[in-house]
Design a protein around this ligand. Sequence first.
Ligand SMILES: Cc1cc2nc3c(=O)[nH]c(=O)nc-3n(C[C@H](O)[C@H](O)[C@H](O)COP(=O)(O)O)c2cc1C
Length: 314
Amino acid sequence: MTGGSEAAPTGRQRRRAVVYLYTQTGQLREVAQALTAPLEAHGWDIRWVDVRPRDAFPFPWPIRRFFGVFPQAVDPEALVKLVEPAGGFAAAADELVVLAYQVWYLAPSLPIRSLLKTHPEAVRDRTVVSLIACRNMWYSAAIEASGLLRSAGARRVDVVAATDTRGSSTTLVTTLRWLLTGRRAPFLWFGRAGVGDDELTRVAAVGQCIAESRPCPQDAAPIVPALAAADVIAGKAFRKWGATVRSMRRFGGAAHAATLITFVFSLGIAIVIGLPLLAFAAVVGGERFATRVRGYVYGRISFDLPVVDEAVSA
Ligand SMILES: Cc1cc2nc3c(=O)[nH]c(=O)nc-3n(C[C@H](O)[C@H](O)[C@H](O)COP(=O)(O)O)c2cc1C
């Protein structure tokens, strides 16, 4: 990843970036600040645009709302209305775009999907750094976001991902507790929920690379092959489950709720059985498995389109 061609300064002109951001707990803002601090230290102007849904999502989440948002979250066509910021959503021609989003059920959160679908002017013709902060399953969401960015006319997309790097079973407990009760602090033998300082330091190093317009020496979005494979398979299954739950609405609230509850149980079973199975496949498959998964994911989350000379193409 490099700093992109957008903000190439002429003379003493300052380089500029705009950060589009929706966060409930502030975690994503912290991660975005880690990325942009080195840019500011290099004299960049950073503009922050809060993406706010007109009807706010609750935090902490009541359990029924948390599972109830699933069918919408996994529906690629589902949108929410956004509050229009004073200056609109458009990015300026010389701004590098940082699109900061979190993952909801293996998809980009509803406010960010809505931004990309209803306000393509935020990314059209721009170089975009997609900045993800989530528990640890961001792969399907990044694939969907990349498709949306392409449709919206983004020219180039690089991905930076920050996750909670502890074991999946630990983060399942700490993240659910955090989202459903608002409590993030360590408890029992579990540590603090969410993205830790190690990840903030890594993201800041990526910011340093962007600030200096040099290629990143490290993985900006490290891929864990077993998790990525599980995520991609589950992402497809989630969409089908979501469509089934939505279609059950016409049979009334009870049928809809029953399908949703069945989903929650099968999700639990998939986590207990599916994840260890894929971890086993990753061990048996070794480097071949890892290379295939990395190739699949990297090939779908970022792109760099050639600049079309309009005079030639007309
Ligand atoms: C409804 C919902 C679904 C989520 N699904 C996922 C998920 O599929 N994968 C993941 O890694 N994190 C998931 N998370 C965690 C979020 O990505 C994020 O880390 C957390 O909500 C805090 O982010 P924020 O405060 O910046 O909004 C989910 C959170 C919510 C609220």
